[in-house]
Design a protein around this ligand. Structure first.
Ligand SMILES: *[C@@H]1O[C@H](CO)[C@@H](O)[C@H](O)[C@H]1NC(C)=O
Ligand SMILES: *[C@@H]1O[C@H](CO)[C@@H](O)[C@H](O)[C@H]1NC(C)=O
Ligand SMILES: *[C@@H]1O[C@H](CO)[C@@H](O)[C@H](O)[C@H]1NC(C)=O
Ligand SMILES: *[C@@H]1O[C@H](CO)[C@@H](O)[C@H](O)[C@H]1NC(C)=O
Length: 502
């Protein structure tokens, strides 16, 4: 199928971007014609197509099942309107950083959609592609959280963002030991992501993109997921460069290595929502879950996640994730790719803020509890060693000292050490390049999303990567300065060069 041409139909002003007027464009794809929008940002052309379906809606018998790609033989649609976002997957609302008055802030189980932002619709351009996996945690994330028009236009790359199933819908598994007979497969969220990455391979050329030059990236658990795909052989062909912002597979509490734990979470969940009669087989339990309302399932998820902060994780299932990532990395059993990996100066601040404070510090008991909670995957001896290493022995009980040590511990264990470890492993391969960063810029204006007392806090680099200080959606409230704009242009040029050249 050839890209025929695109027509400028009529001019309409859209209200999601300041000062730009965007007109409608049409692109011909394998599935039929798609209507998007096109305009100029900071002197550069960009078009976008929102809410394109990449899998059959995961409803009814498709709920809790692996995503089914949409067959191209299913009949071409006459004309698909891709000018508005589709709802995000089920998660707490309001979704931070989004426009509360549009579909991007709505949630629905029918959510397997993606968005394409492109500077060119000419098939011969073959621009490199950046796929962003959004996800601050396993229960939150949306392809419509960050508007990628500015990044696409300024860095001259095609950007793809997408939704994937979250929480119980994307992470629950029956986890039977015989991997092929699992009623609910493990890592549905990863399977969704994989189908989205495959869609990029099959379709991105119609949007001016090159399927052989795909950078996958994300922040936090989105970065963890991006890196996981470099450990999954069936994803290898979909990914050529990797960007890990404040997240990776070595962060504690992101990956469950024990499939039995995933099974016990299934049982807890089934009991919580009332699907665990004594007579029930796993099949009956799954049938029961498939018949419940979205609300009931989400309610059950809320109850469980209130008990334990990271209930839903990626799991070493022996199928998709073959072994613990640490082992796969040490064995060199992963796809060698160019890499950017890094974190923010005060990534730890948000977690520290959640600890019970006293007199500007934290009580020694809280410090010890923090270690037990963060490192519960490790045995007692290891936790003792961590306590020994991170105690300030000058004054063990000083709240100030305990706070500083907790900050150091969180920064080291969640961000600094994994970053260094991963950079070392990937840089062993001489055919690829590895870049490490520490993001330490905070604008001078107050930022409603990022309180100043948290410093250069977690996720603070994301709006700079997406170029919001240069041009942003008008619902986004931060007032940026000229310096912010310069920094954002610099960040986009670094990311852009990497996406272009590795
Ligand atoms: C696409 O780009 C090529 C090379 O730059 C050019 O020759 C061709 O006319 C362009 N096609 C369209 C439809 O603009
Ligand atoms: C299964 O258990 C439910 C209650 O949990 C009960 O109402 C039902 O009669 C039981 N079915 C059989 C076949 O025992
Ligand atoms: C240790 O810190 C506590 C609490 O700040 C303080 O009361 C105590 O005097 C300090 N002890 C020493 C030896 O500095
Ligand atoms: C941010 O991190 C720097 C370097 O560790 C530290 O000096 C500073 O106090 C931190 N700021 C906040 C607000 O935590």
């Amino acid at each position: 199928m050839k890209l025929t041409s695109f027509f400028i139909l009529f001019s309409i002003v859209i209200n999601s971007l300041i000062t730009q007027s965007f007109s409608s464009v049409i692109v011909t794809t394998n599935y039929g014609d798609v209507i998007g929008r096109s305009g100029i940002i900071n002197g550069k052309q960009v078009s976008f197509f929102l809410g394109l379906p990449y899998a059959i809606p995961p409803l009814g018998k498709y709920r809790f099942q692996a995503p089914q790609p949409i067959p191209q033989s299913s009949g071409r649609i006459r004309r698909y309107d891709a000018r508005l976002y589709k709802p995000s997957c089920i998660q707490p609302t309001p979704i931070p950083w989004t426009n509360p008055t549009t579909a991007q802030a709505n949630i629905h189980e029918d959510c397997l959609y993606l968005n394409v932002f492109t500077p060119s619709l000419n098939k011969t351009d073959k621009l490199p592609v950046f796929v962003w996996i959004d996800g601050t945690s396993s229960t939150e994330g949306s392809g419509s959280r960050w508007m990628a028009t500015t990044l696409a236009s300024q860095a001259n790359v095609v950007v793809v963002t997408f939704n994937y199933r979250l929480g119980v819908f994307g992470f629950l598994t029956t986890a039977e030991l015989k991997s092929h007979g699992r009623q609910i497969p493990a890592n549905i969220a990863l399977l969704d992501q994989q189908v989205a990455l495959r869609w990029v391979q099959d379709n991105i050329d119609h949007f001016g993109g090159n399927p052989r030059a795909v950078t996958v990236g994300g922040d936090g658990l989105g970065a963890t997921a991006a890196q996981l795909h470099t450990l999954i052989p069936s994803s290898y062909n979909y990914i050529h460069n990797l960007i890990l912002q404040s997240g990776n597979v070595r962060m504690v509490h992101t990956i469950e290595s024990n499939i039995h734990k995933a099974r016990s979470i299934f049982r807890l969940f089934v009991a919580e929502v009332g699907c665990l009669g004594q007579n029930h087989t796993v099949t009956q339990q799954v049938n029961c879950l498939q018949r419940l309302s979205t609300r009931k399932l989400f309610q059950g998820q809320k109850v469980l996640t209130q008990q334990y902060w990271r209930f839903f994780k990626y799991v070493v299932d022996g199928v998709l994730i073959r072994d613990h990532p640490r082992i796969l990395l040490d064995q060199g059993n992963f796809k060698k790719v160019n890499l950017i990996v890094g974190y923010n100066l005060n990534d730890s601040a948000k977690l520290i803020q959640q600890l019970p404070h006293q007199n500007q510090g934290i009580h020694r008991d809280i410090f010890l509890l923090l270690i037990d909670t963060l490192f519960d995957e490790f045995n007692h001896a290891i936790r003792r060693a961590i306590i020994h290493e991170y105690t300030n022995w000058q004054n063990v009980s000083s709240p100030i000292f305990n706070l500083r040590q907790a900050d150091k511990l969180i920064t080291d264990s969640l961000y600094a050490a994994p970053t260094e470890y991963i950079a070392n492993i990937y840089s062993r391969d001489s055919s690829t390049s590895t870049f490490v960063y520490l993001y330490s810029y905070r604008g001078s204006n107050p930022d409603p999303y990022y309180p100043s007392q948290l410093g250069v806090s977690n996720t603070m680099e994301i709006p700079y990567v997406f170029g919001y200080p240069v041009a942003k959606p008008n619902y986004y409230a931060t007032a940026y300065t000229m310096t912010d704009r310069q920094v954002s242009l610099e960040v986009m040029s670094l990311w852009g060069n990497f996406i272009h050249h590795g």
